[in-house]
Design a protein. Structure first.
Length: 527
């Protein structure tokens, strides 16, 4: 008759309320028991105190490309920085090396050695240290407390020990964290230094092989030449550009300066006395050497910017020396006239130096071509040796640059530039235990009692298939009830009463078991 009974009238709130009220003890008893278990847990649990200090990690954006941005190692977003920094700090804080340092320096293992375990017996010092390390690891806590803010603390049943342990761990942690960051960079720098030594040895070997081959060659025409197979095409292109510049823009500029100078003096001044001056001559020769070296480099090659910077400084010095000599030789002229005369003399000397570079570059190119035409085998071997030297020199230059950058970043770390970690708030002495948490336990008891009570009531309603009203009998069976009989107690009812008592005892014991597991096992693990 289940289907027929379920097919009755719709949901009746009052009927449902009456069903709940008839089974109210199924709700009241779990409620009382769970709150009682919560109270018992609050009374019997050992109070745990927690002390913590706040650490701030500061990432400065360096205004130079030479110093690495410290945020790169943690990813781009702020969330990644906090998450990865927390993992990095937790890895160090719970590492066996750090735990052993704290245990030995604070002598946390002494109590374990002095008071042996009744079950395992006396322990050695190493066993006590490992046991103390395990306990200390369970006491330590680290968590994110905001953007770039972290809490580092320790728990203990004694508030004084919790405070002292937190102060020591915080100071020790900061020192170890800075040391670990510097150690990684120092290791990288030392590795690069070893590689640089190896590359420098290879460079010396390659240069010695090239020098030995050049000294033993049948032709000595390339002894002072910087032209080789690798830079030949670049030198030829630069030579054509220099010739075009010399015969084009330079020719027009010198003609313009000659016309302007004739207006000041009856005839053009002799440039040779100025060029013969020792200070000016040394500057011109250095400019010629650097100008010749520049023609061996293509646009974008390493070292080209340094050559341009050095040439610019020499041009400025040359101009200053010429202006000083002109002022001494022509004291009667005004400032503008002396300046015009200085420009003519400067550009004339500068153009002569460019002419020398063109002639010397052309001579070296022709010498190399003649050599390759006469001795192709030696030319090929010379090119191979020159390639070895260039390759080794490139590796040495790269390593030197990397080591310089590592040294700069190491100095920046020592001075906490770019990255800084510091204590933002020192630990405070705990006055109130964090466990047991009365509010959390009472809330847990309320939710557990609500779930158990409601579940038992609903289960009882679903399993109860008996009739409770005459109307239910008539509606379900389709029969008219003509009378009712009073219930007469007998052995059957006595047996049912015992079954109800047994059922209630089982329910109470089950509730106590669930509450004990929840409050005494699950709750401490969650905390």
């Amino acid at each position: 008759m289940d289907d027929a009974q379920a097919a009755g009238p719709g949901f009746d709130p009052m009927a449902m309320l009456r069903l709940f009220w008839r089974r109210k003890w199924l709700f009241i008893i779990p409620f009382i028991l769970c709150f009682s278990m919560a109270a018992v847990a609050i009374k019997i649990m050992t109070p745990i105190y927690y002390s913590a200090g706040q650490v701030q990690m500061i990432l400065h954006n360096a205004e130079t490309d030479l110093i690495n941005n410290p945020a790169r190692r943690y990813g781009g977003s702020r969330r990644n920085i906090d998450r990865m920094a927390l993992e990095e700090m937790d890895l160090l804080l719970t590492s066996p090396e750090f735990l052993e340092i704290v245990v030995r320096e604070l002598e946390l293992y002494r109590a374990l050695v002095a008071e042996p375990d009744p079950e395992t017996g006396p322990m050695t010092e190493e066993q006590a240290v490992h046991r103390a390390m395990s306990r200390l690891k369970s006491m330590l806590r680290i968590e994110v407390n905001g953007s770039n803010l972290f809490l580092i603390g320790a728990t203990n049943t004694d508030p004084q020990q919790a405070y002292d342990l937190t102060v020591f761990i915080l100071d020790r942690f900061l020192a170890e964290y800075r040391t670990s960051r510097l150690a990684a960079r120092t290791t990288t720098r030392d590795f690069l230094q070893r590689q640089l030594d190896s590359y420098q040895t290879e460079l010396v070997k390659a240069e010695n092989a090239l020098t030995s081959f050049q000294s033993n060659m049948a032709s000595a025409t390339l002894a002072d030449s910087e032209i080789n197979a690798r830079n030949l095409s670049v030198a030829q292109d630069n030579l054509e550009q220099l010739r075009g510049l010399y015969n084009g823009e330079d020719e027009a500029e010198i003609n313009r300066l000659q016309v302007a100078t004739v207006r000041i003096t009856p005839r053009l001044p002799d440039v040779q006395p100025y060029r013969s001056n020792p200070s000016i001559l040394s500057i011109v020769r250095e400019m010629q050497d650097l100008g010749l070296q520049k023609q061996m480099l293509a646009t974008g090659d390493r070292g080209l910017d340094d050559l341009d910077a050095r040439l610019g400084q020499l041009r400025l010095r040359l101009n200053n020396r010429i202006e000083e000599r002109v002022a001494a030789d022509y004291p009667a002229l005004g400032y503008m006239d002396r300046n015009q005369l200085s420009q003519y003399i400067y550009f004339s000397i500068f153009r002569q130096g460019r002419r020398w570079v063109i002639d010397e570059l052309d001579r070296q190119i022709q010498a190399f071509r003649d050599f390759t035409a006469r001795q192709p085998g030696q030319s090929s071997r010379l090119s191979e040796l020159q390639d070895d030297v260039d390759s080794a020199r490139s590796l040495v230059t790269t390593m030197e640059r990397e080591i310089a950058e590592q040294n700069l970043n190491l100095e920046a770390s020592l001075n906490e530039i770019g990255f800084q970690i510091k204590v933002r708030q020192r630990p405070r002495f705990p006055t109130v235990p964090i466990e047991p948490n009365k509010t959390k336990l009472l809330l847990m008891g309320f939710l557990l009692s609500l779930g158990l009570g409601t579940g038992l009531v609903v289960l009882a309603i679903l399993l109860d298939r008996s009739f409770t009203r005459v109307e239910d009998i008539e509606r379900t069976l389709g029969l008219t009830v003509i009378g009712t009989l009073p219930v007469i107690p007998n052995d059957i009812f006595e047996h049912q009463r015992k079954l109800r008592i047994l059922r209630w005892v089982t329910i109470v014991l089950g509730i106590i078991a669930v509450g004990a597991v929840g409050f005494l096992v699950v709750y401490p693990r969650l905390s």
